[in-house]
Design a protein around this ligand. Structure first.
Ligand SMILES: [Ca+2]
Ligand SMILES: [Ca+2]
Length: 361
């Protein structure tokens, strides 16, 4: 290659290098406006307060998305004006329930008038429970009725003794007579005194018991309904809720039977109706030994037809002088028995009380 040709090539290459260093204009590129995940507020087409997100490539969204209206029961500043729920003027229809120390969250409460039954209570809009309101009375168990009966197989008999002398002297005849059967007297008419001694086998009465132990329901001042709020919001001084629909009020619980400080001036002490422990019962009833009361009737004939006179079958000596004795009958006139009646025992244990503190509105 000639020297001049080498020189032209060098100049060409030098020019190419110069052109690439500063000769051609730069390509057009989008300016970086934002970084990913960044958002900014903006004004939407309707004039609403909204936001734009940073797109890939570092440019803001062209459209402005309006913030949602303030939801007053979600503890979020939905419309991004710096105020949450009840603290936002958009929630003027909701109410801020102040805090109460040592209290549970707010709930809806309905105190029924005395005597109202459970099915007269209003339904909860969302869910809840039935409560029993103090003061209360715990009726004792109603015990079954008990009776003592003379056993049907008791033999009612008496020893009959006739005497020729007064004061039961000179015994002339001894017999064992069964109740309700006529017993002819062979010693008539010489008998001057008589002694009838009961001969009844000893034993206890039979027990008869009617019914079972009844446990009457507790008598409370009234019933109440407690309902949960579906959603509860925020306010700086407490809790943001929707106003209650009649007949409900807004209340808070405190454990125990305690005071309700201002402004919770309405108060009730309540118990969960399902948490009672009932140990009410009755002692057993029982019957003691029986005593049969026998009576002896005397007759002038031998067939117990013509009643004449009578004496108690008591083992004592009875005067029979001047009496024509033809026959006699032992008769039962009832019995005595000691009944040990059942006694109510046990009690009802209630769960720990809760105090309902309601806002006076
Ligand atoms: Ca909200
Ligand atoms: Ca707000």
């Amino acid at each position: 290659m000639e020297h001049s040709s080498l020189r032209r090539m060098f100049i060409f290459l030098a020019n190419v290098g110069l052109a690439s260093a500063c000769g051609s204009p730069p390509e057009t590129s989008t300016p970086i406006e934002c970084t990913a995940s960044e958002t900014q507020t903006c004004t939407g087409e309707s004039g609403c307060l909204g936001y734009q997100k940073c797109q890939e490539g570092g440019a803001w969204q062209t459209s402005c998305v309006c913030f949602p209206p303030e939801n007053c029961q979600n503890s979020v500043d939905d419309d991004n004006d710096g105020l949450r729920d009840c603290d936002d003027a958009d929630c003027s229809d909701s109410i801020c329930i102040p805090q109460l120390p040592d209290a549970e969250p707010v709930f809806l409460f309905y105190l029924a008038p005395p005597g109202a039954s459970e099915d007269q209570l209003p339904d909860c809009p969302w869910g809840g429970e039935t409560l029993s309101v103090a003061p209360y009375v715990i009726p004792p168990a109603a015990c079954p009725q008990c009776f003592c009966n003379l056993p049907s197989d008791v033999k009612k008999e008496a020893a009959i003794q006739f005497y020729l002398g007064a004061g039961c002297t000179q015994l002339i005849e001894t017999n064992l007579a069964t109740a309700d059967s006529c017993f002819p007297t062979s010693s008539s008419p010489q008998v001057v005194s008589v002694r009838f001694t009961p001969k009844v086998q000893p034993g206890n009465c039979d027990l008869e018991s009617n019914g079972s132990v009844l446990r009457p329901p507790l008598e409370f001042s009234s019933l109440a309904k407690s309902c949960w709020f579906k959603d509860i919001g925020y306010c700086q001084s407490g809790t943001c809720v929707e106003p209650p629909s009649p007949p409900f009020e807004i209340c808070r619980y405190r454990d125990g039977d305690v005071d309700c400080p201002e402004p919770f001036t309405k108060r009730a002490v309540v118990y969960n109706s399902l948490s009672f422990t009932d140990t009410r019962d009755c002692t057993p009833c029982s019957c003691g030994p029986y005593t049969v009361n026998l009576y002896a009737g005397f007759y002038t004939d031998f067939d117990c037809m013509d009643s004449y006179f009578g004496v108690d079958v008591d083992g004592l000596c009875h005067d029979a002088s001047g009496i024509l004795l033809g026959s006699s009958v032992i008769q039962s006139q009832g019995f005595d028995c000691t009944l040990t009646a059942p006694m109510p025992t046990g009690d009802v244990t209630l769960p720990a009380p809760r105090t309902v503190c309601c806002l006076t509105m």
